[in-house]
Design a protein around this ligand. Structure first.
Ligand code: PLP
Length: 416
């Protein structure tokens, strides 16, 4: 239940990679046969990634993953005096890079999300300036799964003459990515979030985009990323991308979203729970906790009194596998540990911040109060998840919640 932190290799990915560690170990830059075998493995992966992004082979740059892609877009394009627009719900790979360029004289505007977790394109338009050089917005949020309106933002960037980068790490393999349709210049993905190996990723770089490389040295990747290619990793990413394209077409995502919806509905049957990033109809018999609902006024969050019976409360688009759920009257970390003891891996906030006691910056930016943000858990299903997995979680979570609420100092202070 923690697939947004990372995913296992699919067996086919492991099989595709295996020869490139042993009998096909050549350096892809060597001109002898060994080298050429590796080179063609990289070329095949590049062609698959070009299909995955809907771009030309020459526009695919292999790298070490999402962090490197995000950093490359920001450090590679921005110079002191430029204006940069991003959002306050980005991954730290974008946020910390933004902090660094801000220290170097780039002016940065962080757009806050609506309470639903959506970035409002109108807010982004209002932040544009004549010197805005780059806009960076994620495709899917790692904590809530909310999908951002990247096509609309692509149109805004084009009209403004700004470069547009998408951190698509959490969207890749879950929704179709078409960089031509979106009109972005840069798009970062990471293999380990899509059933490929860790430490490898790819970036779409639109032809003619003047990104300075982060790493210099050899002429690898058309001088856009120096360093001997991680051939097994790249081949694994290629296979993972091929399988991801298949599972976008064969009904896998519908199956995953049905499982996620069942998981969510089962947990929401508990009192004092709710979903972040989407709103559910008011539950029958639920206590009168404030419950946001989107069906009332054209996507503007309403309290439960704004719910229109039969209205489309689920209109906020999300990836199929993610559910971010708050549990009142308990400590989120205690629930993470209780579930872990029963063999269920979930994340409180972003896994990259685990160990930190600060509540999730994403949930705080969406306007949750600190205690509810702290008491939110992210369930993110693998695409191999089964009905039995969901049954087990729905058996364990209510027991754990009931137990923790009975002993929690948080409940003692606020319940009743
Ligand atoms: N961007 C997002 C949205 C992520 O969720 C992550 C990882 O959690 C990253 C970037 C960083 O990717 P990587 O782990 O490949 O460096």
């Amino acid at each position: 239940m923690d697939a947004n932190a990372t995913t296992p290799l699919l067996p086919e990915v492991m099989e595709a990679m295996r020869p490139y560690w042993m009998e096909r170990f050549g350096n892809a830059s060597s001109i002898h046969l060994d080298g050429q075998q590796s080179h063609s493995g990289v070329d095949r992966a590049r062609a698959t990634l070009a299909e995955f992004f809907n771009c030309h082979d020459a526009e695919v740059v292999f790298n070490s993953g999402g962090t490197e892609g995000d950093n490359t877009a920001i450090f590679g394009l921005l110079r002191p005096g430029d204006h940069f627009i991003t959002t306050s719900i980005e991954h730290s790979a974008v946020l910390r890079a933004a902090d660094r360029v801000a220290q170097q004289g780039v002016e940065v505007t962080f757009i806050a999300p609506l309470p639903s977790g959506l970035i409002n394109p109108a807010d982004l338009s209002r932040a544009l300036r004549p010197d805005t050089r780059l806009i960076s917005v994620m495709l899917a949020n790692n904590e809530t799964g909310v999908l951002q309106p990247v096509e609309e933002i692509g149109g805004i960037a084009k009209a403004a003459g700004a470069y547009f980068h998408i951190d698509a790490v959490q969207g890749a393999g879950k929704v179709l990515i078409d960089v031509r349709r979106i009109g972005c210049h840069l798009c970062s993905i990471s293999a380990h979030k899509m059933y490929g190996p860790k430490g490898v990723g790819a970036m779409f770089v639109r032809r003619g985009t003047p990104v300075e490389p982060l790493l210099v040295g050899g002429t690898h990747e058309r001088r856009r990323r120096a360093g001997t290619e991680n051939v097994p990793g790249i081949v694994g990413l290629g296979k993972a991308a091929e399988l991801a394209m298949l599972s976008l077409e064969d009904g896998t995502m519908d199956r995953v979203s049905a499982l996620r919806d069942r998981l969510e509905a089962g947990i929401l049957a508990l009192p004092g729970t709710g979903v972040n990033g989407v709103n559910q109809p008011q539950k029958l018999g639920a206590p009168s906790l404030p419950h946001l609902c989107f069906c009332g006024k054209g996507g503007i969050p309403q309290t439960s009194s704004g719910h229109v019976p039969g209205g489309d409360c689920n209109s906020i688009p999300r990836v199929a596998n993610t559910a971010s759920i708050w549990f009142d009257h308990l400590e989120g970390e205690a629930l993470v540990i209780a579930l872990d003891l029963k063999g269920i891996a979930v994340s409180g906030g972003s896994a990259c911040h685990s160990g930190a006691t600060e509540p999730s910056h994403v949930l705080m930016a969406m306007g949750l109060d600190k205690s509810r943000a702290r008491a939110s858990l992210r369930f993110s299903l693998l695409k191999t998840a089964t009905d039995a997995d969901v049954d087990y979680v729905l058996q364990i979570v209510p027991e754990a919640v009931e137990h923790l609420r009975a002993i929690s100092p948080v409940a003692a202070g606020t319940a009743g």
